[in-house]
Design a protein around this ligand. Sequence first.
Ligand SMILES: [Zn+2]
Length: 491
Amino acid sequence: MPAAALPPEVLAKYEPVIGLEVHVQLLTATKAFCGCANRFGSTPNTNICPVCLGLPGALPVLNAKAVEFAALASLAIHCEVRERSIFARKNYFYPDLPKGYQISQFDKPIAEHGWIEVPTADGTTKRIGITRLHMEEDAGKSLHDGFADSATRTYLDLNRCGTPLAEIVSEPDIRTPEEAFEYLTRLKEILLYTGVSDCNMEEGSLRCDANVSVRLKGAERFGTKVEVKNVNSFRFVHAALEYEIERQIEVIESGGRVTQESRLWNSNEGRTYSMRSKEQAHDYRYFPEPDLPPLIVSAGFLAETKKKLPELPEARRARMIAEYALNTQDAATLTASRGFADRFEVAARASRNPRRVANVLLSEVGGRLKALGLEQEHSPVSMAGIVQAADLLDEGKISSKQLKQLFDVCFEKGEDFSAVYDRERPEQISDPSALEALIDEVVAANPRQVEQYRAGKKTIAGFFVGQVMRATNGQANPALLNELVAKKLEG
Ligand SMILES: [Zn+2]
């Protein structure tokens, strides 16, 4: 059934309703209810014990760090943390769940009623509600390939059993695949800032399920929803939602009914497949976990946790724009990770002109790294080198052309800026009469631009500066040159 066959006017009659469920593994040293290491990539079935295997008589003990991380994540997404929450057993059989149940939270989760804001296409922001954040444990993994007998057998790795998870459930407030993408991007950024998870999607530490239905625009009631399970990149979530929205509209338009079910996204084929009819909450026979007391988050614990909440990305962007006169795009790039923003701010504060540091860091260094396919940590130029270069530029001791040449050498030889600068010491023409002679030539050769300047177009001075700079191979003292060009044009 090829979606995309529907004409736009048919698609436009409908409104998608999307809610997202995000599972994040918490970065604790040990598992949620036992002392086993919580580590990705160990030899299969080495980080296990009677508790996480659910052997008879073994008793779970809650990891306080997991509670702290869950509370920290809850606060970062504006949730109210419940003083008393209840762990519940969610019963189901799966080969990689030897206990036959998962310890989760049901009607009394640790946190509820939050929100995050996402940017929209028209330049405003939209608030997406968060229904709840609850704590639970992860299951093991079924390994279907990569072993000698994989053609006929499935292998089990139970290392992941008992890994602490936070599940974050959004309200059905999302209306487009783009909003879903933005929501996930913002949520991941916030979680990374708090440090509660590495959010590594390839390793499965962040996983996403999407609930999606469609209804005629203006309709009150939601349509029948379909759950798209375990889509392993935000780009695929976007694609899966686009596909699923069109598929559902096509079903309705051809007189059919959407079935409530779980579907799997196949990224190779670009479509979803029916997996099973969607289970309901009562299928899991939830009941309070008899081996764990109610979880009490005291006011004191919560106050201590609040102190650990870092400045979050959105607030940090706004502050950095105000404090360093950055533009929105640069602020977004500089705050993409907390570590990068920290390094920039140390450099910005040590410099004469933070905005220039941002320009050098993003354009000169960032541009070269990108061209080479390298990450920031592989840059031969240190933050101290960037500050030095920005300051020299700011003081007019080197021209921007010379700066580019020096950075070219840094990247060619893998040397830091200070070493290259000390050796090369680019020459500067600071003799006014030498520069004046060149300015006279350029002015004489470009009478039209002179007229434009005198008619009020003052920015054309940059044209003359550029021409002289080119004539000197970038060696003119920029501050002096600017001054002399202005004087000449005014005179
Ligand atoms: Zn264990």
